[in-house]
Design a binder for this molecule. Sequence first.
Ligand SMILES: [Zn+2]
Ligand SMILES: [Zn+2]
Length: 248
Amino acid sequence: MRYQLDTIPVWDAYKAGGECPLCALRQQNEAMYVDSFLGASVMEPDTRVEVNEKGFCPEHFRQMFAQKNRLGLALITHTYMKDVIASVDAILERAAQGDGGGFLRRLGGKPSAKEDPGAAVRARTGKCVLCERLDYTMRRYAYTLVHLFTHDREFQRAFLDSQGLCLQDTALVLDMACEMLSGRERAAFFAAVRDVQKKNLERVEKELEWFTLKFDYRNQDKPWGNSRDALERAINKLQGACVHGGEA
Ligand SMILES: [Zn+2]
Ligand SMILES: [Zn+2]
């Protein structure tokens, strides 16, 4: 799949630095989407229809709930809920008419939605319109990153001099490079990713080690160096930005 390039935000994120420029972009866009779903955009008919169909995951409901725009959130939750009630009732009605798929399951067959009402309810409530938008945006940034790396020497240097990426976004750019590049270009990109990741993962690992050693009373008076927030940065390096404000 081809994406439109969006070079300015990617360059800006690399200029700002940090443990994962893609995580920084994800957080900016996530905050923007949270705002827009609570704001005017959700009153647009197309968005309404999509929200009613997909709803939000627990994490994004939590982020919107934390915004304190209770009326905005109540309005979208209300129309979504009416839609969900209708579909869940239809699932339960079908389930009540059948035998719940027990017969098929005994035969080892795969039950349909009609015969597996639990899966059908889970599918109805398991999507998230915000996650879908964010995933698309992040794939677009990953596409731009790989493109810039192969076409722009200056970006190539910025990438190699950066503090690397979290492992989740490492996987994202590797997937994207597999789709976009082949031969020498792909090998060069993988070599650069390995170089920058090895160096920076080992750096954070050492900083985390010093963090643990600082708890030894013999090291009490030694300087923290860069290790004060090493636990936070190590977790975020492993799983993408998920914890904040964890200074010792
Ligand atoms: Zn990341
Ligand atoms: Zn979500």
